[in-house]
Ligand binder design. Structure first.
Ligand code: HEC
Ligand SMILES: [Cu+2]
Length: 350
């Protein structure tokens, strides 16, 4: 390429990359704007390692440039052989010791942070949530409170919440970048990690371990509300009566249709720990269906009629009788009315 286009090719490429990369990261889904203890701890390490890398880069680049400029072969010195430094004890020592020091500066805080974040000594004094990773959704069981919920994890701000995590099938990994690091969720053994949010907010969580065709859609939310709001939410969830009849006739049909179509063999409403499918107690309060679709009636009807097109490989497809549009519509009406609490993602300033 000749002309001005060719000259600026590099600049174009760089600006293109900058624009594309600037699109990465969303607020409340980024480790670079930490809003919780674990994320802050990671961020400090990110900054430290970036500083060290920059230092190394600048030093190496300077030495390189000096070598190129100062020690060029000069006119009239074609046969000049510079002083040979191969095997110099002094130089070898310098470039062995400096990297060791740098690695130590990196390693000591990293190991300290790793042990700090894995510390379980205060576990029994704090809220404990049993987390189950499932293809492709998350279940949260507050054992002491006898509250069951899926997809949305409610926590109070400024408090450690211990997550005791297991998988019901394959390996998943729980990651809420804005407030914590990530941890594997295994079928055989329980892994524990704590999370702590500094301020109210809806923090986006992701499954960070390839677990099947809908892995990338296995999203969830951590909803951090004030401690008072959290107490209120727990009390509201505890007082749900799963047998309660809805007010209007369409929703009543929907409730009956769910009973007739095998839905409740997998889905619990209320505090029953039944967890083949997501718990639906506060389904109407969630802002997403199956973790990632905007909550509205049309999306819900689409899900009920053809889940496979929305989440390939999900474990609901084909496990219930085919629904008529009318049935799907009435079920959707019923499910969207399941709003047991005044505390919703909006309370956290969604
Ligand atoms: C074999 C068990 C099973 C049966 C039967 C079943 N589901 Fe599901 N359902 C699931 C699973 C598993 C998911 C989670 C899918 C995913 O996200 O990968 C799900 C997801 C859902 C969701 C989304 C929940 C959320 O948190 O966003 C709704 C709503 C739902 N099912 C309603 C129904 C209805 C209504 C019926 C009956 C017509 C039904 N299900 C029958 C297993 C089942
Ligand atoms: Cu997963």
């Amino acid at each position: 390429m000749k002309g001005w286009m060719g000259k600026f090719k590099f600049v174009f490429l760089l600006s293109f990359l900058a624009i594309i990369l600037a699109g990465c990261g969303k607020e409340n889904l980024t480790a670079l704007v930490p809003k919780g203890y674990g994320a802050e701890s990671s961020m400090n390490l990110i900054v430290l390692s970036t500083v060290i890398m920059t230092f190394v880069f600048i030093v190496v680049l300077s030495v390189y440039l000096i070598a190129i400029v100062r020690f060029r072969k000069k006119k009239g010195q074609e046969n000049y052989i510079p002083k040979q430094v191969e095997g110099s004890k002094k130089l070898e020592t310098i470039w062995t010791v400096i990297p060791i020091i740098l690695v130590l500066i990196l390693a000591v805080p990293t190991v300290a942070a790793t042990f700090d974040l894995a510390d379980e000594s205060g576990k029994s004094d704090h809220i404990n949530v049993d987390v189950t990773g499932n293809q492709y959704w998350w279940h949260f069981s507050y054992a002491d409170e006898e509250v069951q919920t899926s997809q949305d994890l409610y926590i109070p701000t400024g408090e450690k919440v211990y997550l005791n995590m297991k998988s019901s099938d394959v390996i998943h990994s729980l990651w809420v970048p804005s407030i914590s690091g990530k941890m594997d969720v295994n079928p055989e053994n329980e892994n524990t990690m704590y999370i702590e949010a500094n301020e109210e907010g809806v923090y986006w969580g992701k499954c960070a371990e390839l677990c099947g065709p809908s892995h990338s859609l296995m999203d969830f939310k951590v909803i951090a509300v004030s401690p008072e709001e959290y107490e209120q939410w727990v009390a509201d969830m505890q007082s749900v009566d799963p047998e309660e009849e809805p007010q209007d006739a369409v929703a009543q049909d929907g409730k009956a249709a769910m009973e007739a179509n095998n839905c409740l063999s997998c889905h619990a409403i209320g505090s029953s720990p039944n967890a083949v499918g997501p718990n639906l107690t506060n389904f109407g309060d969630r802002t997403k269906i199956v973790g990632y679709l905007e909550t509205n009636k049309q999306n819900l009807v689409d899900w009920l009629l053809d889940p496979e097109s929305i989440k390939p490989g999900n474990l609901m497809t084909g496990k219930y009788p085919e629904l008529s549009e009318e049935e799907a519509d009435s079920i959707a009406e019923y499910l969207l009315q399941l709003k047991p609490s005044e505390i919703t993602p909006e309370s956290a300033g969604n």
